[in-house]
Design a protein around this ligand. Structure first.
Ligand code: FAD
Length: 427
């Protein structure tokens, strides 16, 4: 039987020790079968268990194998689309609900970390850094917009203030969100998995769902077992493949790359990011970075449409890091890896129900650490019969990518090239 390990990453190398979990080799019955042990699946499982459901999680590889164990670790609130754009698409009532929820995911993470004593190097403070005056103007208007939805904690940083939080010459200002922050993402997932088990949930690793038998009493098949459930939650995101063909048509897996330096001296680390906040810039193809608990710089950026793994990740990402911080020219890169996130055309999450009992959430298109935690809560609410917040997401319109499965990758790459060019020209 396949035994898929974690990709070689800094996170896998510094993961907290966990006991091995078995593969499913039986027929089992449960209330809810969750497919995928990333944040979406684990957050759903935790909320359901806390509300008395019996939960079985199937993971094709290992807990946090997907984006949840490989990401930049940035707790970025809100969605991958501005709330005013969402408002124009869905109207003021739905936008009000979505706007109110936009900073909830960060709170859920902190509650989880505190309640289950999860050791994941949680730090407060995230900065959106503007490279152009136009981007800074956009951040100013975003701050005003979020205040309209009751989120008043954001602080605008001018050119002088931003130098106090990040030693990058290129920034003209920024927006500080103290309800943002950063974590060791794999250790967060592992801690949440342990919490699931502490509440009586079961997690099977190396147990891919290979077929779903739909109907009033759905059954999920793995290579060596079956789960009979009242409900199914599909949480495989960019790693789901074609298990649910209806979902694959309106989303596209994309790769993004991350590097991690050797540990920096205390003085060098402090000179780069004196307050230990995480940073992402405001470009369409954005750079994002932060310090780890042991003072390495984790730096991510770049997108590969269609999720092919690039041959030399360091060659792609290191120049971006040196552009931001030329002072790191002699610093060694210890780890480089790639991971897949799921893009939708609108860059908003794809949420819904198939038939009466198969629920899904996927495709938050980049900023997913907080959204996926919120999604777990919203899906659990829907299974308990409170669907108002679920419906606010499920009503978001989604369309297939132009060109279909065959041509969607070159079309998306062309779009990204155009936006990347605008970034470089400062538009
Ligand atoms: C490199 C990278 C950097 C990122 N950086 C950030 C960041 O800094 N901040 C941020 O907010 N967002 C970031 N993101 C996005 C964020 O990580 C994701 O949106 C989020 O983790 C998605 O969680 P998920 O649970 O939906 O999916 P995943 O974490 O991908 O989990 C899906 C799981 O389902 C399993 N699975 C798939 N199919 C099956 C099946 N058939 N049977 C059983 N199991 C299955 C997979 O093995 C996987 O473990 C980043 C993403 C990547 C790839």
């Amino acid at each position: 039987m396949a035994n898929t390990p974690y990709p070689e990453s800094y996170y896998a190398a510094s993961a907290n020790a966990v006991p091995p979990r078995p593969a499913l080799q039986d027929d089992v019955e449960t209330d809810v079968c969750v497919i995928g042990a990333g944040y979406t699946g684990l957050s759903s499982a935790l909320f359901l268990l806390e509300n008395g459901f019996k939960v079985t999680v199937l993971e094709a590889a290992k807990v946090g194998f997907g984006a949840s164990g490989r990401n930049g670790g940035q707790i970025v609130n809100s969605y991958s689309r501005d709330i005013d754009v969402i408002e124009r698409s869905v109207g003021p009532k739905q936008a009000q609900l979505l706007g109110q929820m936009a900073f909830e995911g960060g709170r859920i993470i902190r509650e989880r970390v505190a309640k289950y004593n999860i050791q994941c190097d949680l730090k407060d403070g995230g900065v959106f850094a503007a490279i152009t005056a136009k981007q800074l103007g956009h951040l100013e208007s975003q701050k005003r917009l979020w205040e309209r939805f009751g989120h008043t904690q954001l602080e605008l940083l001018d050119q002088t203030r931003i130098r106090d939080v990040v030693a990058c010459e290129h920034y003209v200002g920024g927006l500080l969100d103290m309800s943002g922050g950063h974590i060791h993402p794999l250790n967060l997932a592992l801690g949440e998995a342990a919490a699931v088990e502490s509440l009586g949930g079961t997690i099977y690793e190396q147990s891919p769902a290979v077929r779903i038998e739909r109907g009033a009493n759905p059954v999920v098949h793995t290579p060596q077992g079956k789960v009979r459930a009242k409900f199914i939650i599909v949480a495989g995101n960019a790693y789901l493949g074609n298990l649910v063909p209806e979902l694959a048509a309106k989303s596209m897996p994309c790769g993004t790359q991350v590097i991690t330096t050797e540990p920096l001296s205390e003085a060098l680390a402090k000179s780069l990011l004196p307050q230990d906040y995480c940073v992402e810039d405001c470009n369409y193809l954005l750079d994002y970075y932060r310090l780890t608990g042991d003072k390495r710089l984790v730096f991510g950026g770049g997108v590969v449409y269609g999720a092919r793994d690039p041959a030399n990740i360091e060659a792609i990402i290191r120049p971006k890091m040196l552009k931001a911080f030329p002072q790191l020219k002699d610093v060694k890169i210890d780890y480089a890896w790639t991971g897949n996130f799921l893009l939708t055309l609108s860059r908003l999450p794809q949420v819904g129900r198939l038939g009466d009992n198969i629920y899904y959430s996927q495709g938050c298109s980049g900023h997913g650490v907080t959204y996926t935690h919120l999604a777990g809560k919203v899906l659990a609410e829907a299974l308990r019969g409170q669907a108002e917040r679920f419906d606010a997401f499920a009503d978001l319109p989604h369309y297939p990518f132009p060109g279909g499965q065959l041509l969607r990758t070159p079309f998306a790459a062309l779009g990204a090239w155009y936006y990347g060019l605008r970034d470089r020209l400062g538009y």
